[in-house]
Write a protein that binds this ligand. Structure first.
Ligand code: ADP
Length: 302
């Protein structure tokens, strides 16, 4: 798909966000994209736990699974039954207090689907227009990994409050984080922060901590690009089990240290959203300041 340049006005580039039509979800206060440079870093796991943690804090929350290549949210949220119709519209499923809609409900299971740009566009469009989201404080969108049609489509269809990026700490994962940040900046979507997942491992037998995927890469990347660091989540068997069983750990083991970490990340995210302002205006760094930082790879000055 050809890259689109922001339209220019006499006041400078006009944000392309939500320009295609009027906002199709005016009753949703904040739309937050959950992104990752690579697959398998735990983006969906983080999106599921964050949405539930936000809900537990008293917010009205929705979770849209736009990961067309691996829509795992129904399984992770324990809502595998397809949603019901409400008149001509679709009523989202509900799991652990969160309204859920997923590409997984509409594509045949275990069948690879080839999605071209326009198909992706209209599918996402329907998720906004035809799903009865109602009033929400936060709608989290679990994106496919990388930089592609879904990301671009999203920024055209709705005004995004911002994007969070999930990464593991090692260099190969961080390499792709830079590309993701650049893409969002290009379409004027503020980066609300980086979350480092599978950050460390605490041995269940001896309590020793191991840095399996290196240490602190997510935080270094955040510093380097001048974006907030929202926190780190360990690699942990109970987190994986929660995903497999449709019981995010913030629900299955609410008093565990792991659940506490997800709740802290959710709190940091809310702080960033509050600073960003309701219309997606942000104090996020400018594209030029970010671009300067891309000249020096993360870790080069370690
Ligand atoms: P992505 O959305 O980035 O592709 P997933 O959230 O689907 O990644 O996670 C991939 C696998 O890793 C899943 O089996 C999930 O349960 C597991 N996983 C994710 N985060 C953690 C974690 N912090 N600790 C243990 N397992 C995790």
């Amino acid at each position: 798909m050809a890259e689109e340049q922001p339209n220019m006005t006499k006041h400078g580039p006009m944000p392309p966000q939500g320009t295609e039509q009027d906002n199709p979800i005016p009753d949703v206060k904040h739309v937050i994209a959950v992104s990752s440079g690579k697959g398998g870093v735990g983006k969906s796991t983080v999106a599921a736990n964050l949405s539930v943690a936000l809900g537990l804090s008293g917010a009205k929350v929705g979770l849209m699974d736009a990961d067309i290549y691996g829509p795992n949210i129904p399984m992770m949220m324990g809502v595998t039954q397809p949603p019901e119709k409400e008149g001509e519209k679709i009523k989202p499923a509900e799991g652990h207090g969160v309204k859920v809609i997923s590409m997984g409900y509409f594509v045949p299971e275990e069948t690879p689907v080839v999605w071209r740009g326009p198909m992706v566009h209209s599918a996402i469009q329907q998720f906004f227009r035809d799903v009865v989201w109602g009033e929400l404080d936060y709608l989290l969108i679990d994106l496919p990994p990388g930089t592609g049609d879904v990301q671009l489509t999203l920024s055209q269809l709705v005004p995004l409050t911002g994007a969070v990026t999930v990464t593991t700490p090692q260099e190969v994962a961080l390499h792709d984080v830079r590309k993701g940040i650049m893409m969002f900046q290009k379409v004027n979507v503020p980066i609300l922060g980086i979350i480092e997942n599978m950050s460390y491992f605490i041995c269940g037998h001896c309590g020793e901590r191991s840095e399996i995927f290196s240490y602190g890469g997510g935080e270094r990347a955040a510093e380097k690009f001048g974006v907030p660091f929202l926190g780190r989540i360990p690699i942990d068997q109970t987190i994986r089990e929660g995903g497999d069983q449709g019981m995010p750990i913030v629900i299955s083991q609410p008093t565990s240290p792991q659940a506490a970490l997800f709740k802290e990340v959710a709190e940091s995210l809310v702080k960033q959203i509050q600073q960003s302002g309701p219309s997606g205006e942000s104090h996020a760094p400018s594209i030029s300041s970010i671009l300067k930082k891309f000249k020096n790879p993360v870790g080069a000055d370690q």
